[in-house]
Design a protein around this ligand. Structure first.
Ligand SMILES: Cc1cc2nc3c(=O)[nH]c(=O)nc-3n(C[C@H](O)[C@H](O)[C@H](O)COP(=O)(O)O)c2cc1C
Length: 161
């Protein structure tokens, strides 16, 4: 499994019925359909986000910029059960058009997704979300990647650097 790095990182935003949002850092995410566009995300059963997405049936999938590496660390190391991660990570939000979870400002792209299928795997669930709207920020260009535990730009250089 370690040979898969560098791995892209995405942030998935979910919300409870009252609109309180949580953000989870994910490496396990992929396009799942082109027409219509869909994203698949794999989320551990213990994550707070798991219950929010299972119950709410919606998520926003965002591509964080390399300047958001610290926010990715925060959102990937504490739980929304215990911490308001938007505040802890200094994330700014904007309302989405079609789903309850908000968009994340400063990301290269935000995809509003509605869950159309889910598959329980071993200790994760793969949620497949159809993209209802996509928002692209042309001011942002460099995504952040995970290189074996380090948050790095898109071109991390030779292995082990
Ligand atoms: C780089 C990185 C990638 C991660 N990828 C995943 C993932 O694909 N699926 C997952 O369930 N957790 C993943 N995690 C762990 C969650 O982000 C972490 O457990 C988080 O604190 C859960 O937050 P929540 O309880 O608010 O949902 C990752 C963490 C990091 C730092």
């Amino acid at each position: 499994m370690a040979r898969k790095y560098p791995e892209h990182i995405v942030l998935a935003v979910s919300a409870d019925a009252a609109g309180a949002a949580d953000v989870i850092t994910l490496g396990w995410a992929m396009p799942a359909s082109g027409v219509p566009p869909m994203w698949a995300v794999s989320i551990g059963h213990t994550r707070h986000s798991h219950g929010l997405i299972a119950d709410g049936g919606e998520f926003v999938l965002a591509f964080p910029s390399v300047r958001m590496a610290e926010a990715c660390r925060v959102c990937g190391s504490v739980s929304g059960r215990d911490v308001d991660k938007l505040a802890a990570a200094g994330l700014r939000t904007e309302p989405a058009a079609f789903v309850r979870p908000p968009l994340l400002a400063g990301c290269l792209a935000n995809f509003e997704c509605r869950v159309i299928a889910s598959l329980v795997t071993g200790d994760h669930t793969v949620f497949v979300g159809e993209v209802l709207a996509a928002h692209v920020d042309d001011a942002e260009s460099d995504r952040v990647y995970n290189f074996a535990g380090r948050f790095v730009p898109a071109h991390p250089g030779p292995a082990g650097a």
